[in-house]
Design a protein around this ligand. Sequence first.
Ligand code: SF4
Length: 120
Amino acid sequence: MLALASEESEEFTSDWWDLAACRDLEGTLTRVFFSDELGDIAQAKRICAECPAIEPCLSGAIVRREPWGVWGGQLFLNGKVLMTKRRRGRPPKTPRPEDQLPEIPVPINLQDRVRYRPAS
Ligand code: SF4
């Protein structure tokens, strides 16, 4: 999510930043992209899935080792991509469909650069 990023930095003056689906110039989606709630994270990932800037966005997040948030369709924690995220509290005996995060494919040219970590 780039709404928090400084638009004056070199990275975000690239052409792709103009195409970012999360860029509304008011940061209204920031809460969704940096939320701990599964529903918000799923919404952010779905926005990324339709974003034409997903590849450069994810590449930048990998390079910066983003500490938190959804970037390029992936959920980052301390520079690594979380494969899954659990709801707070005791896990249900039967997984809830609404707890399943959408899987957004990593572009092929970035697959060997992504570092994964198990569920959080
Ligand atoms: S891929 Fe997601 S976080 Fe990155 S610019 Fe697009 S909508 Fe924003």
